[in-house]
Design a protein around this ligand. Structure first.
Ligand SMILES: [Zn+2]
Length: 457
């Protein structure tokens, strides 16, 4: 019997209401996979962000277990700038580590949070955040020259300045990046014939942020992605289990909530010297001994308490930290938007939503307007306004949404049981136990997910 195989084709930010809804007609290959397989919405982690979401899939661990709460994290309780996450922070075994221990070969391509690329049984091309041309982006390093040959040009880890690049140029770059990534996938698959192929293509995410609302641009790129996925799946051995997944979806961005302005207005954050023009909050601007809380911006907000004995110049007595966190959460959940109606903020405490809380977690995690709004770190001369029409890191039409896509089917023509039926309640944490079971790997328990019972035994 030939060994079982898996191909995970990750499409960052692919939005279910488009892929299964308004643009389903532009994705005939995905439609054929859905018809002979199973499909549904895949609930992301909190926060639903590329880092840590893809690593939650690869390890089955939640962000608290990983100790990775976003692209950037506090490495200690000082007031210094946040550090960018790297692969070295991940200590949990990834699916490809388990595969290697069982003697199976893996190809890992473009998976976020894999830089610097590390040795494995197989090959790895690291994900976004890899500096272009870095020798540490590819393992084994001898593969480097092949990438360019397979890609027919420079292999693109990501698109630089995707919020500000000229639009026509950007749309073309997204296509070039996607074509080259899939060309490299073909090259690696042919060279290694892996039992486990795990790849992530970033262009749908960049597309959504830059072109949300531009139906022609979205439809064209979804159609391209569908062709590229179809061409790759056509080369896989028929018994390969193919998963097409996204780490989160996308939704219309209503505007920005300036969290530090809000904290200032309520007296939680004190500035020594307010800036003459709006700018991001920096540690130097803050009157720390009088500040009880501050926030970082992004697709979601991380709110930190300035606790005496934990932070330098901490202002909150440790025995009052709980009450302050509860008070902030209640005030934020009651916050009205610019139209006077409740904004719909969702506030989470790491210890309530994660199985463990490792490294330095935010004290509160905020999804502004349930992710209809973005969080901005900006402060201005005065504590008003707290709402903005745009984003502070460049124009952006979309925010992340809590649910991504899941399509599972065999590469060959054979249908899964209950083919075509929608799967309910799948989460990205389920991938790790499900794929480990499918491949017969011994996977550590402890994550929040469970193996899908609708996959063949
Ligand atoms: Zn993402």
């Amino acid at each position: 019997m030939s060994p079982r195989r898996v191909a995970v084709i990750g499409l960052d930010c692919l939005e279910p209401s488009l892929a299964f809804g308004s643009l389903a007609g532009r994705m005939p290959f995905l439609g054929s996979l859905r018809g002979r397989g199973r499909w549904g919405r895949l609930t992301s982690c909190i926060p639903p962000i590329t880092v840590p979401a893809w690593m939650c899939m690869a390890t089955g661990q939640d962000p608290g277990q990983l100790g990775i709460y976003g692209f950037r994290n506090r490495s200690d309780h000082s007031h210094g700038p946040l550090d960018t996450a790297t692969a070295e922070m991940v200590t949990a075994p990834r699916l490809w580590d388990l595969a290697g221990r069982a003697g199976l070969t893996s190809v890992v391509l473009g998976w976020p949070l894999t830089f610097p690329a590390a040795p494995l049984k197989g090959a790895m091309v690291a994900g976004p955040l890899t500096p272009s041309g870095s020798r540490a982006g590819v393992w084994p390093a001898s593969l480097g020259p092949r990438l360019k040959r397979w890609a027919g040009g420079e292999y693109l880890y990501d698109i630089k300045d995707f919020r500000s690049a000229p639009r026509e140029e950007l749309l073309e770059q997204l296509e070039v990046m996607a074509r080259r990534r899939f060309a490299v996938a073909h090259g690696l698959r042919g060279l290694y014939e892996p039992e486990l192929l795990m790849m992530v293509e970033m262009s749908p995410d960049r597309l959504h942020h830059a072109f949300w609302g531009d139906e022609a641009a979205l439809a064209g790129h979804y159609a391209l992605i569908d062709r590229l996925v179809g061409e790759l799946v056509a080369t896989l051995p028929p018994e390969t289990l193919v998963l097409v997944v996204s780490d989160h979806g996308a939704r219309t961005l209503q505007g920005g909530l300036c969290m530090n302005q809000w904290l200032r207005g309520r007296g939680y954050l004190k500035l020594k010297d307010p800036p003459p023009e709006p700018c991001p909050l920096s540690a130097e601007m803050v009157d720390w001994p009088r500040t009880r809380a501050w926030a970082e911006g992004g697709y979601y907000s991380r709110i930190y308490l300035n606790i005496a004995g934990r932070e330098p110049s901490g202002a909150v007595p440790p025995d009052q930290a709980e009450a302050l966190a509860a008070q902030l959460a209640a005030e934020l959940e009651a916050l009205a938007g610019p139209d006077g109606r409740p904004l719909g903020n969702r506030v989470y405490r790491p210890r309530d939503i994660y199985r463990q809380v490792n490294r330095v977690a935010p004290d509160l995690i905020l999804h502004p307007g349930g992710l209809a709004w973005r969080a901005l770190a900006t402060v201005g001369p005065g504590p008003e306004p707290i709402f903005t029409a745009g984003n502070d890191t460049g124009p952006d039409g979309a925010n992340h949404a809590q649910q991504g896509v899941l399509v599972a089917a065999l590469a060959g023509g054979a249908a899964l049981a209950k083919a075509g039926q929608e799967v309910q309640g799948a989460s990205l944490y389920d991938l790790f136990p499900s794929l480990a079971a499918w491949l017969g790997l011994d996977a550590p328990a402890g994550g929040p997910g469970a193996a899908w019972d609708w996959l063949p035994a």
